[in-house]
Design a protein around this ligand. Structure first.
Ligand SMILES: C[S@@+](CC[C@H](N)C(=O)[O-])C[C@H]1O[C@@H](n2cnc3c(N)ncnc32)[C@H](O)[C@@H]1O
Length: 323
């Protein structure tokens, strides 16, 4: 049974596939119209192969652009970093400088332009963003032509990371009395990091082709499905979405919860829609897309991670199909 799909030329809609593409994209299973794949590529190169108006939903989680998580992201190096709580070498993600926002925007702007090219009119673009850089993510989307419709919050319980200053004072070459004076004056205050309890997801929308009705009729994008939310199923879907951090992270430091991604895919895309994740990591978006009966294309620059993500997607597909 062939699963690894080599086709470079994703076009939305099976009627547009050549016979060869059809064969690659349609494993002989009850899910005749299934297709999902991860490409081990820099998305800035890979996305150029996608046809205009071929993507119904962009759902992605780019590098955070806080230290060690920029355009030189390296999982091995990140995993080797000091664990949280150890003072001396700050744990991954805790160093910050004002240039990081500008760097993120410079990195994301051409990517967002590519999203604008490939997305269908009215299509939604949901981009996870570290809270202190979310404004830069929004600017990159807006500059590329997306309308910023909202900011959603993935609500979770994080761990407090603020540092006490006592340790640093104790290490100073000053008298005991001076140390005591400083510690007493600081009064237990810590570095300015409140306990993280949520992460922003910027919601952009591509310009519509006519009215909401006409746009949906032609492209099946631009309206939201509020009938069957996965999270808080009895409520009208809201902007704050609670979801636990995943217990299994598939070797990825920032793996996102699959139920949260399923919830978003359900609301913001139609069945069988083609979902794009340009920064696929461990493949969580692909797994969610399959579980929701959508098609999927993802890019991941690290080859080991891309292989792992592809395996995860394949396993999800076969377990959904045969169980
Ligand atoms: C924040 S993580 C995504 C995690 C993912 N949401 C998950 O649940 O596993 C960002 C990923 O983007 C990848 N990446 C960084 N730059 C990239 C690029 N230019 N093209 C494709 N992938 C890239 C990194 O290797 C990393 O795995």
């Amino acid at each position: 049974m062939t699963f690894t799909l080599k086709n470079e030329n994703i076009v939305d809609g099976p009627d547009k596939f050549s016979a060869y593409q059809q064969k690659l994209f349609h494993p002989p299973t009850p899910h005749e119209d299934f297709s999902a794949k991860i490409e081990n590529k820099d998305c800035r190169i890979g996305m150029k192969q996608l046809a205009e108006n071929s993507i119904s939903l962009v759902l992605t989680d780019p590098p955070y652009f806080i230290d060690g998580m920029g355009d030189d992201w390296d999982t091995q190096k990140l995993n080797a970093r000091v664990k949280p709580g150890v003072i001396g070498s700050l744990p991954a993600g805790m160093k910050f400088s004002v240039e990081q926002g500008q760097e993120l925007q410079r990195f994301l702007s051409p990517v967002a332009e590519e999203w604008m090219r490939v997305i269908r009119p009215g299509g939604f673009c949901l981009v996870f963003s570290q809270n202190r850089l979310a404004h830069r993510t929004a600017l990159a989307l807006e500059d590329a032509g997306f309308e910023i419709r909202d900011v959603l919050i993935w609500r979770y319980e994080g761990q407090a990371k603020a540092f006490s200053q006592d340790h640093f004072i104790q290490k100073r070459k000053i008298s005991v009395e001076e140390k005591e004076r400083l510690i007493s004056k600081i009064g237990g205050r810590k570095t300015p990091q409140l306990k993280p309890q949520g992460e922003m997801i910027i919601l952009g929308q591509a310009p519509r082709d006519g009215t909401f009705v006409d746009n949906w009729d032609k492209w099946e994008t631009g309206l939201i499905d509020v009938n069957n939310p996965l999270i808080n199923a009895t409520q009208f879907p809201g902007t704050v979405i609670p979801a636990n951090k995943p217990k299994e992270r598939y070797g990825h430091m920032t793996a996102k919860p699959v139920d949260l991604l399923q919830h978003l895919i359900r609301i913001f895309s139609a069945p069988r829609a083609l979902v794009l994740d340009s920064f696929a990591g461990s493949g969580s978006t692909g797994v969610a897309a399959i579980l929701e009966g959508r098609r999927f294309i993802g890019y991941e620059i690290e080859s080991e991670m891309a292989d792992r993500a592809q395996e995860r997607i394949k396993a999800t597909f076969y377990s959904k199909t045969y169980n």
